[in-house]
Each structure stands twice: as C-alpha cells, then as structure tokens.
Design a protein around this ligand. Structure first.
Ligand code: NAD
Length: 475
C-alpha cells in the first residue's frame, strides 16, 4: 500500500488530484521541482472556535486553504458540511487554481469549509458561526478584496455571503472596496445578476459545445446536438437545479433526478420546475406524480442515459460502481465526483468525461465579474445601455429609409435593446465556456492526449508556469 492510500486502500482526495496532475505533467517539459511547487498547497489555516448554541458551548472546526499565490487575490467557495476535512478543502483549493487558469480568471485557488450540518442548525446559529468564522479569517489576514475572496459552495449561498460581507465591513469600516471581499452576494448587497445560475449555466454551455463536435458524438454513437439527449442529474441544489433547467429548456430530456433521500425517474422526461416546486412543498423529490421512485439514490447513476451530470458531492463514481455506469458522456458539475480508479475504468469503456476543472468554472467566472463590478462601483451596462439604444435607433432609421420598409414594433424592440447587466454577464460566461472548451480540444488534438481531463490539466499547468515565469520566480 502506498503512503497516499488509507486503510481501505483508497487514495486521499488530494492525492487523486495529484495523480491527474502527474498524468498531465508527462506532456510538459519543465524541471520537476517547479511542478512540485505548482502542486503544493501554499497555506493551510485550520481553526477551532467556540460558539454558544443554546446553553451549550460548541467547538467548531473550520478551514481556509490558499493553494496558490501565483495570482492574487485567491478565490474559492466555502462549504458547510459534516464531511469537511483538511484533505477535502486542500483538494478543492487546488482544483480552483487549475480551474481559474483554464478560464483565464486571474486568481489563485482557495477553498474554505466549516464542519457543520446546516440542515440541523437554526439560521440564527448558522449566522453566528458564519460571522465568527469571518472574524477569524480577518484576524489572520485570510480574507480581503486583494487577499482572498470567498464565494458560495455546497451548503452555502447568498445569505451566508451577505453575513460575511457585513462582518468584514463592520471590522474594516471605511474600506471603499469592502464589497469585493466576497462574491455570490444578493444583488441588493453588491451581487451581480446571473451569479446564482452561473455554474449550472456554464455546465450547460460546456456540454452543449461537446454535443456539437461530430467526431466526439459519433465516437460514442450519438447524434450531433443536445435536443433529445437523455440526461440524469444527481443533486438538485444550486448547480444541479440550474443545469437541469437549462438542459430542459433547450430540448434535452431529463429522465432522472437524484437527491439524498432517493431518485425519481420518467423515461419520457421530467418537468424540472415542477419537480423543484414539488421538492419545495414536500421537502423531498420522492412521490413526484408521473415518476417512479428509486429508493437507493446511487442506483440512479447506473441507469441507461446519454449524459450523466453528478452535481452533488465528490467521489460518487468509484471503482465499485464505475463498471455499471451506462452513460456515454459524464459532465462533472460537482468537484471531483469521479475517483482516479473509476476514471480509468470509464476511460477504457470510451466514456467522454468533461472534467470539473473546466465544466464547473462558470461560477468562478461570474464571481470574477462580480468582483470587478464591486471594484469599479458601477453596474454593468449602466454607462452604455442608453447610448447603444440611441445608436441602434439611428441605425434602424437609416435601414428603414434605405429599404423603404417599416420594421414591426416587436422586431424594433429586439433590435433597439441596449445591453443589461444580465446580458453582458451571460455573454461573457458563454464566450468563456466556449473558448475554454476549444482550447482544451486543441491541446488534446495537438498532443494526441486521450482524454479531456489530462488535456485540461496541461492547458492549466502551462498557464500557471507562464505566470510564474513572468513573475520571475522560475528562472
Ligand atoms: P448545494 O448545497 O446547493 O446542492 C447540493 C445538492 O446535492 C443538495 O440539494 C443536496 O441535498 C444534494 N445531495 C447531497 N448528497 C447527495 C447524494 N448523496 N445524492 C444526491 N444528492 C445529494 O451545492 P452546490 O453549490 O450546488 O454544489 C454542488 C457541487 O458543485 C459541489 O461539488 C460544489 O463544490 C460544486 N460547485 C459549486 C459551485 C457553485 O457555484 N455553487 C461552483 C463550482 C462547483
């Protein structure tokens, strides 16, 4: 058994990422020590702090890890889960570094986590814990617009980001850039339109792009295009819900949705917004009318489908179930949902895996837009919307005169419209996801790499080497 394996013979999560990194490193000719520096986690802050919950004092375990400082600030979400541990947070921080490099977001990777179960704690106590965690980060200089900028992740959302901002501001009063200390905030607190759905929308753009590549589709026996593709999604949280909605709207068929308590299945397709409403009203996706319940939620991953989207947690596809996975494409919306052993099995079966370090980068991309908005103190589109509309109106007048034809009011409305914040954010996200996809494919082709994950790592590592070289650290 190697030093990186635990008692059960499986690898630590961090070592899984190191394995992927090492595969890619074979395609990069640079001194080994330099690769080791890129792989290593620069700073790990493990903390314990007391919080009074009811009459009891509870000791809370929490982390913030900054994987790389090759670009600043560091950036990465904060998760609340009982599974939080140092290995997990280090790994997720490393993934953030590689992800940011792929989509040209100028941040180093970071991640945070608090070991709590938000489903069993009152919101007052979650607020107490979040505020205390933020003040611990401030004390150690682990948060700030130019230092380290958290965002939502598993178990956290706009509400927690608001509390983080408010705590930061109260301890750093007068900091004109304080809004940029955290992203994923509500719009009224400096958030950007389009952030909430960004990761899911990015997943949709990435998979849509793949479905338009003829050779890839033919290699797995599928037709080109997304319409009619049968999709299974695991996790109906922020990422899974939005991804499912965009797939559904685009004409793909969501045949199964899996949550903690079980999964639901309908070969003809599920209406995602109706399922979400059912979940909200009943606290469970089970017993949705016109769908079959699947008690063992993990079994949903093994159903016949074209595309499988794990959007919940890591390591859900492992050596024990990989052989039973029937999907032809797996889109990693969650971070690290496939273990390296499973990855090899699926690779041999010819499954196309769209890797997390690319596919779920939509969240950090739009977080970057939010950070820029906060630093510039102006909403996207505010300066140019009316100007564009006026120019478009003039342009339309010229066309109407020239063609001697009047354009209908409906068409006019569409053509005259100046860009709103949401339009700019979505177009920036779409462009980023399309570019990222093709850059990975170009590397895959030119270096004759067999899978997208290794090609994505090569792209990312090369970009990080480049910025270290420009910093003058690597001679
Ligand atoms: P979330 O907390 O909003 O949703 C997670 C969902 O998964 C919840 O509905 C939960 O009930 C469900 N779930 C938990 N265990 C499950 C199980 N065993 N089977 C099926 N469903 C289960 O979290 P999220 O923000 O959507 O994050 C999901 C994944 O995406 C995580 O891996 C996260 O790191 C990654 N991610 C999130 C973002 C983001 O912007 N939120 C960005 C990049 C990556």
């Amino acid at each position: 058994m190697s030093k990186n394996q635990n008692k059960t013979g499986s690898y630590s999560f961090f070592h899984c990422i190191e394995k992927n990194f090492d595969k890619a490193a074979q395609f990069i000719s640079i001194e080994k020590g330099l690769l080791e520096q890129i792989k290593a986690c620069n700073s790990v802050y493990r903390m314990h702090f007391p919080v009074k919950i009811g009459k009891e004092i509870k000791v809370i375990e929490a982390y913030r890890v900054q994987h790389s400082h090759h670009k600043l600030p560091c950036k990465g979400g904060i998760r609340y889960s009982m599974k939080v541990n140092q290995d997990e947070i280090m790994t997720l921080a490393a993934l953030m570094t590689y992800k940011c490099a792929i989509v040209d977001v100028p941040f180093g990777g970071a991640k945070g986590g608090i070991k709590i179960d938000p489903q069993t704690i009152s919101s007052e106590n979650i607020e107490k814990i979040t505020r205390r965690y933020t003040s611990e980060l401030i004390k150690k200089n682990f948060i700030g617009p130019g230092i380290d900028v958290p965002a939502p992740d598993y178990g956290t959302g706009e509400r927690e980001m608001s509390w983080i901002f408010d705590t930061f501001l109260s301890l750093r009063s007068g900091d004109v850039d304080a809004l940029a200390c955290v992203t994923g905030k509500p719009i009224s607190q400096g958030g950007v339109r389009g952030r909430k759905e960004a990761t899911g929308l990015g997943v949709f753009y990435g998979i849509r792009e793949l479905c338009h590549v003829k050779e890839d589709m033919y290699s797995v026996g599928l037709d080109v295009g997304l319409v009619g593709k049968k999709i299974i999604i695991q996790g109906l949280g922020n990422v899974g819900y939005h991804a499912a909605s965009f797939f559904h709207e685009s004409g793909a068929i969501i045949i199964a949705l899996a949550e903690r308590e079980g999964a639901i299945y309908n070969e003809k397709g599920l209406n995602v917004s109706k399922v979400f409403l059912h979940l909200k009203n009943n606290g469970s996706i089970l017993n949705f009318p016109e769908a079959k319940n699947i008690k063992n939620t993990e079994k949903a991953l093994e159903l016949e489908c074209d595309i499988l989207i794990p959007a919940a947690l890591e390591n859900v596809i492992h050596k024990n179930n990989a052989n039973r996975i029937k999907a032809k494409i797996i889109g990693e919306a969650a971070n690290g949902p496939i273990t390296p052993e499973a990855d090899e099995i699926l690779d041999k079966k010819g499954v196309i895996i769209v890797p997390d370090i690319y596919l779920n980068a939509g969240g950090v991309t739009v977080s970057y837009f939010e950070w820029l908005k906060n630093l510039s103190h102006v909403r996207y589109g505010r300066m140019e919307k009316k100007f564009r509309e006026n120019v478009n109106a003039e342009f339309l007048k010229v066309i109407e005169t020239f063609c001697k034809k009047t354009i209908s009011i409906e068409e006019k409305k569409m053509i005259l419209r100046g860009p709103r914040e949401i339009d700019l954010v979505r177009s920036g996200l779409e462009d980023t996801m399309i570019n990222g996809f093709h850059k990975i494919c170009d590397i895959k082709k030119s270096l004759k790499i067999e899978n997208m994950r290794t090609a994505a790592f090569v792209l990312s590592i090369n970009k990080i080497i480049d910025s270290y070289e420009r910093l003058g650290i690597f001679p």
